[in-house]
Design a protein around this ligand. Structure first.
Ligand SMILES: [Zn+2]
Length: 440
């Protein structure tokens, strides 16, 4: 592993002003540096006491056409473009100070905010960045037809399909999101709207600041804008921009590949919420937990007195407990990066081999059978494994709980045990194992 990536803030403050989209009034925005672990916070300079709103998914309020966050009665609207620029350009900590309830819309893209970050410059900080590493696929489908699938990947990549009404303006693009790629390929893409959708808003005067200078309007097959299209596939690029901005509310950088079909703010926010939940769950599990001793289980020495297995083949650290009848037990195995099999399975991508999990089940089941038979004069041989399923990957740092339950014992010679392994409260593998006993 490389040295950890450091958090960054802005080297100095920088600001600009323009029109706000919804009120049509003048608004100014200033970016300021902020300390380590501060995250991105919006500051309403126009309100008494200058309250701040944390750019966190827990503060999400509405996703109607744009993303609104708030705390208490304070709201900040249309945060996605400035958040996208900060996140993708590598700013982890900043204060976004505004004298209005939304940022100046600029040209409808993230370009003005990127220019601002460029003017302010970046400054590294003495703390590691926080990442959300996608462990296993997550997916969601919304009623509006959005489909989002997040897959494990070492890089943050977005593959997006945008499709308008009646399949008009269907576009596809797949890009790895890095600062240079964002600046060149994504940031300049402008907001676009379908005429039939904005017409009622215009009539109600809800988008006073909206004009052909800050949005591309699609009417039928016609593209209406002051400036020609910046990319032939500008619309899918803007969709990617919005995704980056909405997912910035997660607060950590994402290592994963997002496949997004017909995304929108509502679906993006739903995914950000799901990521936040998953992250909170993993944080909880990362807390050290005390596993009681003297619970009638077996410590490592007792395990080794019964099992002949030794390093690197001993796959049980301890037996936590047996049930009253002695027909069930739970063993534990701390899976560390030092396990020899990780070196080759696989280089750069360590995953515990499924067969090693079956071996762990067999060893725990053997300990259970030994406890029942109360003799060391016979030796149990592992004969078969049925219904073996590997459901989730087991990774370095995981604590694997191995459950075994005796289901059938035919005479003195044969026994069957139902086993499963659990990591992070989820079953990762399961199988039914059969043993035969022979005299030593
Ligand atoms: Zn947008």
């Amino acid at each position: 592993m490389a040295t950890p990536e450091l958090q960054q803030t802005l080297a100095k403050s920088a600001g600009f002003s323009g029109t706000s989209l919804h009120t049509g009034e003048k608004a100014s925005l200033k970016l300021h540096p902020a300390p380590v672990d501060h995250g991105i916070k919006f500051k309403r300079k126009d309100l008494q006491d200058e309250p701040t709103v944390d750019a966190k998914i827990g503060n999400l309020k509405t996703v109607e056409r744009a993303t609104t966050i708030g705390e208490g009665s304070v709201r900040v609207h249309t945060v996605e473009h400035v958040l996208a620029a900060l996140s993708a350009m590598g700013v982890d900590n900043a204060i976004v100070e505004m004298d209005a309830n939304e940022p100046p819309i600029g040209d409808g893209s993230a370009q003005p905010y990127v220019d601002l970050i460029r003017r302010a410059g970046l400054a590294p900080q003495e703390a590691a960045r926080r990442f959300f590493n996608v462990r296993e696929p997550m997916h969601l489908e919304s009623k509006s037809g959005a489909l989002l699938v997040l897959l494990p990947s070492d890089e943050f990549r977005i593959s997006c399909t945008q499709a308008g009404p009646n399949h008009r303006f269907t576009q596809y693009l797949s890009v790895e999101i890095t600062p240079p790629v964002f600046e060149r390929e994504i940031a300049p893409a402008r907001t676009f709207v379908y005429y039939e959708e904005v017409e009622p808003l215009m009539e109600k005067n809800l988008i006073k600041g909206g004009s052909l200078e800050n949005a591309v309007v699609l009417r039928g097959d016609a593209v209406l804008s002051k400036e020609p299209l910046r990319f032939t596939d500008e619309f899918v690029r803007h969709k990617i921009l919005d995704i980056i901005g909405d997912l910035a509310l997660v607060g950590s950088r994402i290592r994963g590949h997002l496949i997004a079909v017909k995304p929108g703010h509502a679906a993006n926010a739903e995914l950000a919420l799901a990521i936040g939940k998953e992250q909170a769950r993993c944080d909880m599990l990362a807390l050290p937990r005390v596993i009681p001793k003297d619970n009638g289980g077996l410590d490592s020495e007792e395990v080794m007195r019964i099992l002949p297995h030794r390093f690197p083949f001993l796959m049980v650290d301890r037996i936590l407990s047996f049930n009253e009848g002695g027909t069930k037990c739970v063993g534990v195995k701390s899976v560390t990066i030092n396990e020899p099999f990780f070196q080759g399975h696989f280089p750069g991508h360590p995953v515990m081999p499924g067969v090693m999990q079956v071996e762990a089940m067999a060893q725990v089941a053997s300990l259970l059978l030994f406890k029942l038979a109360k003799t060391t004069s016979r030796i149990g041989y592992f004969m078969s494994a049925d219904g073996v399923k590997f459901r989730k990957p087991v990774l370095p740092g995981d604590t694997m709980f191995i459950h075994a339950e005796l289901t059938k014992s035919r005479g003195e010679r044969l026994a069957k045990a139902k086993c499963h392994c659990v990591v992070n409260d989820a079953v990762v593998s399961e199988g039914e194992l059969m043993f035969t006993f022979l005299d030593k």
